[in-house]
Design a protein around this ligand. Structure first.
Ligand code: PLP
Length: 428
């Protein structure tokens, strides 16, 4: 049994009795669990700092998906044969794992989706269309990813409701006073990101939820950039919806989930029709299934869900608090190290940040920074990061973005900084 598998088994055995080892994480030994990181790029050992776009997958997740397809693959919920029963059990165990990881009261509050984007579209289509009327308002923030803007623009176009936008300041923090002023009797929905993918800002979600609820609005949280970095407890946050993507939290692409309070799922209409979301169909009338199945039309990505369950169990085995402590240390180290690069400006200097440092190098286009770093074996992202309103706020078209995961080390940061010095040399 691999070290990771032993750790996951031990964590499962001790779940609820003793926490994970309180000692700091050893990122270099975690890195060994990620086969993709063993390679060289342009002749240099790969340093992967594009984790906000997608994380790499540990061997135990790859093994879980492989084992599912080799041994258990069948369609779920529809047959009595053994493979189908096994696939159904694996799928529902993954749902229970997700529910436990985010602190949901019950597995039925977890709807599997293709990712955060689909989860947010589900809420905007189903809940949005159910409650929004002309003269109603949807409040979102200037730091949202396009996935938490466009579905709301589409819902407003369908229903006649209006979008209101909470501004950010030049550190990339939300203007909480402006948020309070925007809330009113017409506010039906507040849609806010937990962590900004372009700036790294961590928003005070519990406080925002309390303010929105006091105004009678429901809150949709985009957790795509939060779940990999810190413990999330939807019950403590008291949010109404929480969306995230598997691939940003060490799981495969193509799977994610929406948490929603059960009473909301009960009241909401389905948003896609097809198999599995029904109890019975005649040409006269269709009876819909109960949540979460009511929102899962068609064959789901069972292998992806199994991988997601394995990824969250793996994170639990490390201890999410230890993951957060390691990454906070790395963020602080990177911030100091980046300050040492002349002409470098960090975009987004909020007091609380997670996972992301966006920056500009004076006089050098971010794409050139990214290309030269790639030749050093260092992968970062450059562009608008699907957050064009953030770029507009700062009067820029793009940034370079280094984003961190649990397998990154201080040596990775040093390689980034060395690479940036190289970029500066190339541009004289
Ligand atoms: N929300 C945020 C904050 C993100 O960073 C992203 C992806 O980068 C998304 C939503 C969309 O995630 P996905 O493309 O996995 O659906």
């Amino acid at each position: 049994m691999s070290a990771a598998a032993q750790r996951v088994a031990a964590a499962a055995m001790h779940a609820g009795t003793s926490g994970p080892d309180p000692a700091p994480l050893d990122a270099s030994s975690i890195r060994v669990e990620f086969p993709i990181l063993w390679q060289s790029v342009h002749g240099k050992p790969l340093v992967y700092l594009d984790n906000a776009a997608t994380t790499q997958k540990p061997a135990c997740v790859l093994d879980a998906v492989d084992a599912y397809y080799r041994c258990d693959n069948a369609n779920v919920h529809r047959a009595v044969h053994t493979l189908s029963e096994r696939a159904t059990v694996a799928f529902e165990q993954a749902r229970a794992q997700v529910a436990r990881f985010v602190g949901a009261r019950d597995s039925s509050e977890i709807v599997f989706t293709r990712g955060a984007t689909e989860a947010l579209n589900l809420v905007a289509s189903s809940y949005g269309d159910m409650v929004l009327r002309e003269s109603d308002e949807v409040v979102l923030t200037e730091m949202e990813h396009h996935s938490n803007i466009v579905p709301w623009q589409m819902a407003c176009a369908r229903t006649g409701a209006t979008l209101r936008v909470v501004p950010i300041d030049d550190r990339g923090e939300l203007d909480i006073e402006a948020f309070g002023n925007l809330l009113g009797p017409r506010t039906r929905i507040v849609a806010v990101t937990h962590v900004s993918n372009a700036l790294g800002t961590v928003n005070p979600v519990a406080e925002l939820v309390a303010m929105a609820h006091a105004a009678g609005a429901k809150v949709v949280v985009d957790g795509a950039q939060a779940l990999p970095h810190a413990s999330v407890d939807v019950a403590a946050l008291d949010c109404d919806f929480y969306a995230f993507s598997g691939h940003k939290v060490y799981a495969p692409m193509g799977v994610g989930a929406l948490y929603a309070k059960r009473e909301l799922l009960d009241a909401m209409p389905p948003w896609q029709g097809g198999g599995d979301m029904i109890l019975s169909v005649t040409f006269e009338k269709t009876l819909y299934n109960v949540p979460p199945y009511k929102f899962e039309a068609g064959t789901p990505d069972v292998g992806g869900a199994v991988g997601l369950g394995a990824a969250l169990a793996w994170l639990e085995s490390l201890g999410i608090e230890r993951v957060a402590a390691h990454e906070n240390d790395l963020m602080a180290y990177a911030q100091q190290a980046l300050l040492g690069v002349a002409g470098l400006r960090v975009v987004g200097t909020a007091a609380r940040k997670a996972g992301v440092h966006s920056f500009m190098l004076e006089g050098i286009h971010p794409h050139d920074v990214g290309t030269i770093l790639d030749h050093q074996g260092v992968a970062i992202r450059t562009g608008h990061h699907c957050a064009q309103p953030v770029m507009q706020h700062f009067g820029i078209a793009a940034t370079a973005r280094a984003s961190f995961a649990v397998y990154n080390t201080r040596e990775d940061v040093d390689r980034l900084v060395d690479g940036l010095h190289e970029v500066k040399e190339v541009f004289g």
